[in-house]
Design a protein around this ligand. Structure first.
Ligand code: NDP
Length: 454
């Protein structure tokens, strides 16, 4: 390794998303010489093509239910509400510009040098952006992911989440392909905004990996809301004619819509990121392999966030960045703990989860008591809406520890976040039982489930 003074930087971060920005600004603020390169927008996927704009669209879509429910509470709307997609998109873009500036300020204030452009790793200590080469002691890859579209004929006419936030007009109809977070969230968003939605998933029930009871209930709620769910549906070809797209299914069925939206997963964003002779090992899915300290197979090069393919969630990338810096500061192993990471699908209603699913507990041979409740939200006793709330708690019988909590219901993401703290603190069922509820709330049910499922 060249002597320290030969380096322009102590750390060169590639990727200005959640993980990269956190690492760059905290390391710079600690007095190190840091540069960070970003080829698109500061803030990355979460801020510009993910979490934030998605949640704004979720809020927009929810008004449809509020308008429909309002008359039961005595509200009369003078005219039928109308929706202007361009207004929503313009307001959303204004907020994203503000956040872009916030991220820029954070980096500047911390003293990190921002480099606009696509970076390429030339060797273990050199990064090139445009015609400039930077010498650095360490490199951190935090380039995130990009949407994966299967190579079927006509798929290039489809959009992905990258484009969905920038459509000029709200499509009257859309076919969404996939059964993960993005497919389900956007199916609910577009449906709420008035688009006719067909969601196609290749297996028998979407949201594989989440608790089965939640998946089944969400599917039937979405159908009640008018979303057309097609399971065991495989698209083999897409034809486009006169602004319409026709999806051909393996079954022979054809579906037509204004837009086709692929939400079939994301892959690590590593294309042409390093010189071919650099031995950075990757998994078959393209994820960069790292050790317990986020170090790649090239010792001076580290990686974290979506590009390492652990859990593609913003708070995970940020926590990984903190763990890496702590490792650099102290020399102790980072050993990041990926257990009990809470997550929410911002469907209508939300599906949120922390800890083990019932299936995972069964697969591990754990002796679990299952507590569950299924009820109508007080609000809907007046509106007549059929939607129900479902909650499930998994309790390890030998230790009384809570192993998992799962919820389908309004604001389940907000609610499960708090339950995650209890699980992180090793709460037992007895702790839940002696907690007083807040009445009347949905969440009080967490502390009033006294009888396990037979
Ligand atoms: P997911 O990995 O969640 O889901 C991908 C879906 O596409 C799965 O249903 C998968 O099916 C299906 N699929 C994969 N390949 C094909 C194919 N060739 N043909 C047909 N279907 C296919 O990916 P998303 O794109 O929804 O989201 C990416 C990641 O981003 C998520 O995993 C999550 O970590 C993150 N995210 C988080 C959000 C949140 O926190 N609320 C919101 C949005 C994204 P199968 O089940 O058979 O594999």
């Amino acid at each position: 390794m060249p002597p320290k003074n030969d380096f322009d930087f102590d750390l060169f971060v590639i990727g200005g998303g959640s993980g990269g920005v956190r690492a760059a600004r905290r390391w710079a603020a600690a007095g190190h010489r840091v540069a960070i390169a970003e080829e698109r927008d500061w803030g990355g996927t979460c801020v510009h093509r993910g979490c934030i704009p998605k949640k704004l669209l979720v809020f927009a879509a929810h008004f449809a239910q509020d308008f429909a429910d309002a008359p039961a509470y005595g509200w009369q709307l003078p005219t039928a509400p109308t929706f202007a997609w361009p207004t929503l998109i313009a307001n959303k873009d204004r907020e994203l510009r503000r956040l872009n500036a916030v991220y820029t300020d954070l980096l500047k204030t911390a003293g990190a040098q921002m480099v606009a452009g696509r970076a390429r790793i030339l060797d273990p200590h050199q990064v090139q952006v445009a015609d400039q080469t930077y010498r650095t002691r360490r490199i951190l890859i935090a380039t995130g992911g990009r949407p994966l579209v299967p190579p079927i004929p006509g798929a290039d006419s489809a959009i992905t989440s990258d484009q969905a936030f920038h459509l000029d007009t709200l499509p009257a109809s859309i076919i969404i392909i996939g059964g993960g977070y993005i497919a389900v969230e956007f199916a609910c968003i577009f449906n709420g905004l008035g688009t006719k939605v067909d969601l196609l998933y290749r297996r028998d029930l979407f949201l594989r990996g989440f608790d089965l009871d939640l998946r089944q209930r969400l599917a039937s709620t979405m159908v009640d809301q008018g979303i057309r769910l097609h399971f065991d549906a495989d698209v083999t070809r897409i034809d486009s004619k006169n602004g319409q797209h026709i999806a051909h299914l393996r079954s022979g069925q054809k579906l037509t819509a204004d837009q086709v939206f692929y939400a079939t997963g994301r892959v690590p964003h590593t294309a042409d990121l390093w010189q071919p002779d650099l031995d950075i090992a990757t998994a078959p899915n393209g994820a960069i392999q790292i050790n317990q300290n986020f170090q790649t197979t090239v010792p001076s090069i580290y990686a974290l966030g979506d590009v390492v393919g652990k859990r593609a969630l913003t708070p995970v990338a940020i926590a990984e960045a903190e763990a890496l810096l702590q490792h650099w500061r102290t020399g102790t192993a980072a050993n990041f703990n990926y257990c009990n990471i809470p997550a929410a699908v911002f469907s209508a209603p939300n599906l949120a989860t922390v800890g083990l699913t019932e299936q995972e507990a069964t697969d591990r041979g754990l002796d679990c008591a299952i507590y569950q409740t299924d009820f109508r939200h007080l609000k809907h006793t007046l509106t007549g809406r059929k939607e129900r709330v479902y909650m499930k708690l998994l309790v390890d019988r030998p230790t009384d520890r809570i192993l998992g909590a799962h919820m389908l219901g309004p604001e389940a993401g907000e609610i499960i976040q708090s339950i995650a703290i209890a699980i992180q603190a090793s709460a037992t069922k007895s702790d839940f039982d002696r907690t007083i509820g807040i009445h009347p709330t949905m969440a009080e049910e967490w502390v009033t489930m006294h009888t396990p499922r037979p």
